[in-house]
Design a protein around this ligand. Structure first.
Ligand SMILES: CC(C)(COP(=O)(O)OP(=O)(O)OC[C@H]1O[C@@H](n2cnc3c(N)ncnc32)[C@H](O)[C@@H]1OP(=O)(O)O)[C@@H](O)C(=O)NCCC(=O)NCCS
Length: 154
């Protein structure tokens, strides 16, 4: 029987185990609690293979002072379990997040601190990098990436 993949809204606490395994392996799970996880406007998506969660992404109403104070969202904690990478599931999560944001606000703008190892994944989805690379201590090198999302409400 073929596996069914579904993307669903989940709670912040449901993201922690996957964030921990993929983004902070071997570190205390508390390092996977992000500021803004429970703020109004934040939503979390999980991708499920049948009933097992295999990837997560979080979208927060959070403005980067470098950009215009328009409807900014920040993507955080994008993670697909290693055994499921490269199957189009990160794409499904990102597209669903973009789609929900576009339904919610006019002229939305999505930015994030991307791991340099994932830059090409985001470029394939139309994101561009901004500014200089920087080190997130204890994690790895990052760079800001961004995209103006087209709005249905325009
Ligand atoms: C980065 C990540 C979220 C991408 O999700 P994924 O499900 O593996 O990606 P997809 O299968 O949807 O890939 C879509 C395209 O991007 C490419 N791609 C995916 N990850 C890539 C990477 N790290 N570098 C370059 N290209 C990548 C794929 O080859 C695919 O290309 P194609 O359309 O030409 O076939 C996932 O690999 C992951 O969790 N990585 C580890 C944690 C991480 O880096 N998270 C991002 C933090 S900013």
């Amino acid at each position: 029987m073929r596996a069914t993949f579904t993307v669903r809204l989940i709670s912040a606490s449901t993201t922690y185990a996957i964030r921990n395994e993929v983004l902070r392996p071997g570190r205390p799970v508390k390092e996977c609690y992000f500021s803004g996880d429970d703020s109004p406007g934040t939503f979390h998506l999980g991708i499920f293979k049948d009933e097992k969660i295999i990837g997560v992404a979080s979208f927060m109403k959070n403005s980067n002072p470098f950009f215009e104070p328009i409807a900014q969202f920040q993507l955080r904690g994008m993670a697909i379990l290693p055994e499921h990478k490269g199957q189009g599931l990160g794409t499904l999560l990102l597209k669903e997040g973009e789609s929900k944001i576009k339904q919610e606000v006019k002229e939305p703008f999505l930015w994030f601190n991307a791991r340099v190892t994932a830059i090409d994944f985001y470029k394939k989805h139309g994101y561009e990098s901004f500014g200089q690379k920087f080190e997130v201590p204890g994690v790895c090198e990052h760079i800001v990436m961004l995209k103006h999302l087209e709005s249905k409400n325009k």
